[in-house]
Design a protein around this ligand. Structure first.
Ligand code: NAG
Ligand code: NAG
Length: 406
């Protein structure tokens, strides 16, 4: 009897922990809830270890990733998989064994808030393997350095170095990649890095080979407004919550974590900030850049007065290499044809929608792929045991777009 009571209490506690109210548009809600509960408990374990001074939360989380998710480079009948080095950075390289002699090529940057993950994770390994096989393309998945061992601009320079190496005649030749058919891609923080790198390299006239395409999967692109309509709409939607993004940003920019409430309140982008011009504001004005069906009736939060000294302390907040949405129109105009994937239930939805719109306004051809039932990071969860229907659909469409355009 006592055991049953204890069991019932534990079960309700677990159900209470797992349950989060979800918008009705989300399919397979229980899968998302379980995934969310798992991630939340890991994050909380990380927070406890962090506050006890045992280790940095990112170190603990990455250690768990290593135990659970990292797999060896293993070739299969269709794809030769090797761990190598690209521009000084470790990279997992996927080469189709058969097919055409001259291949298409993709350089890929994984997500994880500039702090978590690796190209050697099972999910990214499976994604790149599938891309290599389905596209008959060489895929190079790069391991840039992570928070807390590295902060901005190290991650940016790491992927820039890898990208320059990828586009070099030596590497293209060695891996039989067609210089006219190369793409840069990434998801989430990897999408941020891909956007930043392609802006830099498209403007570099010394390069003989340029990217033909950029493919950005639910990218994070700005840190000045944490009250866009998607931040407001989705702040309570798993698996990435509003404060978590602010925390990732602060860690990436090497800033004091105590600034979190200030950024959450948009106090860092108040109108009394001399470092933010009206022109800069217009680049992330979601009231103008996001279509009505998405922004609904949400109202912007623009403070008259805030904390002006914060931008001097954290200059990365207005650095275009960290926040590619802040790029000038002329810079965007030189970047290649783009694919931008966004999810309705994602705080970062508007970052992607605004970027797609600004690219288009600059004359770039953009394919926008929006998932009404999508959530942040869904494409990574397209394999067992975390297989989600929208994840699989989004991955299929992403690969199809690459196939048709690269
Ligand atoms: C796989 O790729 C590596 C590096 O390019 C190469 O040395 C090796 O011979 C390849 N193996 C097969 C089975 O093709
Ligand atoms: C934001 O700025 C206002 C006005 O300067 C101030 O009253 C408020 O305490 C600030 N909030 C945070 C969280 O820093």
């Amino acid at each position: 009897m006592r055991l049953r009571v204890v069991g019932a209490v534990l079960l309700s506690a677990a159900a209470y922990y797992v349950y989060v109210p979800l918008p009705s548009g989300i399919n397979e809600p229980w899968k998302l809830m379980l995934l969310d509960a798992l991630l939340r408990s890991l994050m909380q374990a990380g927070d406890v270890a962090h506050s006890l001074g045992l280790c940095h939360r990112a170190h603990l989380l990455n250690q768990i990733v290593y135990w659970v998710e990292v797999i060896e480079a293993q070739s299969c009948s269709a794809v030769n998989v090797t761990d190598s080095v690209l521009g000084g950075m470790p990279a997992r390289i996927f080469q189709p064994k058969k097919g055409k002699k001259l291949k298409r090529g993709v350089i890929y940057f994984h997500g994880g808030g500039w702090a978590l993950g690796t190209a050697r994770m099972r999910t990214y390994d499976l994604l790149c393997r599938k891309m290599a096989e389905d596209l008959d393309a060489v895929i190079m998945s790069v391991d840039y350095r992570l928070v807390p061992d590295a902060t901005f601009p190290t991650q940016y320079y790491d992927v820039l170095a890898a990208s320059r190496a990828f586009l070099s005649p030596q590497v293209l030749d060695r891996y039989s990649i067609d210089p006219g058919r190369v793409c840069v891609s990434g998801d989430s923080a990897g999408g941020n890095l891909a956007a930043a790198v392609v802006q830099e390299l498209s403007a570099d006239d010394s390069l003989t080979v340029k990217f033909k395409l950029q493919a950005l999967i639910y990218p994070v692109l700005q840190a000045l407004d944490f009250h866009t309509s998607s931040y407001q709409q989705n702040q309570g939607v798993p698996i990435v919550y509003r404060p978590a993004i602010v925390r990732f940003w602060l860690q990436y920019l090497g800033a004091d974590p105590a600034l979190e409430p200030l950024l959450l309140a948009n106090n860092h982008s108040s109108l009394d900030q001399p470092a933010i011009s009206a022109q800069t504001r217009s680049k992330l004005d979601w009231t103008a850049l996001v279509p009505g069906e998405h922004k609904k009736n949400f109202q912007p939060l623009i403070r008259e007065t805030g904390t002006p000294e914060v931008l001097a302390k954290v200059p990365g907040l207005v650095d275009v290499r960290a926040a590619p949405l802040l790029a000038e129109r002329g810079v965007l105009a030189r970047t290649p044809k783009a694919y931008v994937m966004t999810c309705e239930f994602d705080v970062l939805r508007d970052d992607g929608l605004m970027y797609a719109r600004r690219l288009q306004d600059a004359g770039v051809t953009v394919s926008s792929d929006h998932y009404e039932d999508g959530f942040h990071a869904c494409m990574v969860f397209s394999f067992l045991p975390m297989l989600s229907d929208v994840g699989q659909r989004s991955m299929k469409n992403y690969i199809r777009w690459l196939d048709q355009n690269l």
